[in-house]
Design a protein around this ligand. Structure first.
Ligand code: M6R
Length: 581
């Protein structure tokens, strides 16, 4: 959570550049924002406010260095005082992460009249105190970092010392190398308009940028580190809304291509992933939120195509099963961002016990991608809307391919997925979107929505619920179709809206049970049935039906949000990558 951005270089509008960069990172946190610049006279003024940075037009002019932050509150409420940057003496800094032991360090530290309730201000106090004791800026940052238990990405400006210092442990930081300027950001899209040449900062490393000069060193020993410049293949347009009103609908429509791209891996890489799975005795698929629902779909893919029973566990529940993790275990991590804290912690602890990690992420520079033994990129391109859409189907496509490859059916798997991709391409057109919008109009004022599905469509019922909840704020709940008669059916009243995923006989019987209690039935299936009050057609995709079924639901969730006057890209209380526990 939180987006951070810095620029140093031959520019006189560093403040505006940080403003533009932060707008591109706003999906990471959007409850308040702040920017600090090094003024020509040497002091460091700050502008910060609560609210979204997208509404801000102008910040300081005339500066060649600036840092900024877009916040998702952890320690301390959403107030101007708690917004970053925080300034103490000569030190101005922004922070993305969690300083777990900040209360102890605050108590032991020098006397200071704190202005905020944040953990971050404690870091600024520490660094300023160390500078007063005569340490150099690098030494001060290193010594302060030693005291921090937790995760951080820090950007620091110090009065009287030119350039910007940055350090990371557990939260992402990427350096963008311009011709005459250097950028530092939580994610590449923030500086993609200026450069696509990057260096990745690893854990326990720091960097000092000063214009085009960049010096990397170890945060532990101070030893200098050499880094390779890497060109990233992302295009600026991929990270922009273009003609679409929101990122969410743009990303839904990008599924015309992303599924095909997701499976465009060399056979050798898929085989390496399979070797890792087959060399282990126990396999745990671990993920959070929507990625967890994609992993649940994989449970069905593996059962059908390779007759393997896999374990699928939400990362936050994994501690109860960690006793089973050892050097013969494979942990398969599924994550769009590759930074999700609950998941990262399980992987780090698993690796300490000797487990192997196979990761699927959408961000090759992410921490999870970088610590994995084998990484399969999902290649969906930047996903900016908080609600995951194109990354979900890309994850499911790779998981499907993996299951087929595990059952020695890789070619068949690719063939099925190519036809899924073609079918989704045909489905995604304005006429179909209009049809889904009509259904959204029917249910937009409902306060509750139930979704049922059987087999591989059961995880999609859960995914549908997440998608609808997070963007439309309607109480949506998913169930295995056969389970409703064991309790949830008591909630059905005249007119209760129920989405029924699939058209197999048993699911239709369950739908009939709902309908006879007054439910309004919306079928999402390949064929129409008499009991459907409304029908959203899904192309027939055989064993990969769940991948196609999720698409109309994404469109429905999007239009429910828009019709209810909400911003689907930035739902309340959420952030795109959840880097706190
Ligand atoms: O980046 P990750 O895939 O690890 O994120 C996991 C969840 O936080 C994420 O899927 C979340 O549930 C989405 N907002 C759902 O659309």
């Amino acid at each position: 959570m939180c987006g951070i951005f810095a620029v140093s270089g031959e520019t006189s509008d560093a403040g505006m550049r940080v403003l533009e960069g932060l707008k591109k990172l706003e999906y990471r946190g959007y409850d308040s924002w702040g920017i600090a610049v090094r003024a020509p006279e040497g002091h460091v003024p700050i502008e910060k406010e609560i609210g979204k940075i997208s509404h801000v037009e102008q910040v300081f002019v005339d500066a060649h260095e600036a840092i900024g932050h877009s916040r998702w509150a952890t320690h301390g409420g959403v107030t101007r005082e708690n917004a970053h940057p925080h300034q103490v003496g000569r030190v101005t800094l922004v922070h993305n992460g969690i300083f777990e032991n900040y209360k102890e360090v605050k108590e032991e530290g020098p006397d200071h009249a704190f202005l905020s309730e944040t953990d971050t201000e404690v870091i600024a106090v520490m660094i300023n105190h160390l500078l007063e004791e005569g340490k150099s800026s690098e030494e001060a940052l290193r010594t302060a970092a030693e005291k921090i238990i937790g995760r951080f990405a820090l950007l620091v400006m110090i009065e009287g010392i030119s350039g910007i210092l940055a350090a990371r442990r557990g939260s992402p930081l990427i350096i963008g190398r311009g011709e005459e300027e250097t950028f530092i950001a939580s994610d590449i899209p923030a500086f993609l308009a200026h450069t696509n040449v990057v260096n990745y900062l690893d854990d326990d490393e720091m960097v000092h940028i000063d214009g085009a000069k960049v010096q990397f060193s170890s945060l532990q020993t101070g030893e200098l580190i050499e880094k390779r410049n890497i060109e990233v293949p992302w295009k600026v347009e991929e990270a922009e809304k273009g003609d679409y009103p929101h990122f969410m609908i743009k990303e839904i429509f990008e599924q015309k291509e992303t599924i095909a791209r997701a499976i465009n891996h060399e056979d050798a890489l898929v085989e390496e992933a399979i070797e890792l799975l087959q060399s282990c005795n126990g396999v745990y698929f671990v993920a959070c939120g929507t990625a967890h629902k994609a992993a649940m779909a994989a449970e069905y893919f593996f059962a059908k195509f390779s007759h393997r029973k896999i374990n699928v566990v939400p990362a936050s529940e994994m501690p109860s099963f960690e006793q089973f993790i050892n050097e013969k275990t494979a942990i398969v991590a599924v994550s769009q961002s590759g930074e999700t804290a609950d998941l990262l912690e399980i992987l780090e602890r698993g690796q300490k016990k000797g487990a192997k990690v196979l990761a699927m992420t959408n961000v090759e520079s992410s921490t999870i991608a970088r610590i994995a033994d084998v990484h399969l990129p999902i290649n969906a391109g930047p996903e900016k809307a908080v609600a995951s859409t194109k990354a979900t189907t890309a994850q499911m496509a790779i998981l499907f391919l993996l299951a087929c490859a595990d059952g020695n059916r890789m070619n068949e798997g690719r063939q099925i997925l190519r036809s899924v991709s073609g079918n989704i391409n045909d489905l995604l057109n304005p006429r179909y979107e209009d049809l889904v919008r009509t259904v959204a109009q029917e249910i937009m004022n409902h306060s509750t929505l139930f979704i049922i599905g059987r087999g591989s469509l059961y995880p999609m019922a859960l995914e549908a619920a997440i998608k609808i909840q997070e963007v439309s704020y309607i109480h949506a709940q998913g169930f295995p179709a056969g389970e409703i008669k064991h309790g949830p059916i008591a909630l059905i009243e005249e007119g209760t809206a129920c989405l029924v995923l699939g058209d197999d006989q048993e699911t239709l019987s369950n739908a009939t049970e709902l309908k006879s209690r007054g439910a309004m039935i919306i079928g999402v299936s390949t064929t129409q049935a008499d009991i459907f009050d409304h029908w959203l057609r899904v192309p027939d995709c055989g064993g990969a039906q769940s991948i196609a079924t999720v698409v109309p639901i994404q469109i429905l969730a999007y239009h429910l949000a828009v019709l209810r006057g909400l911003d689907p890209d930035m739902p309340r209380n959420l952030a795109k990558s959840v880097t706190v526990k």
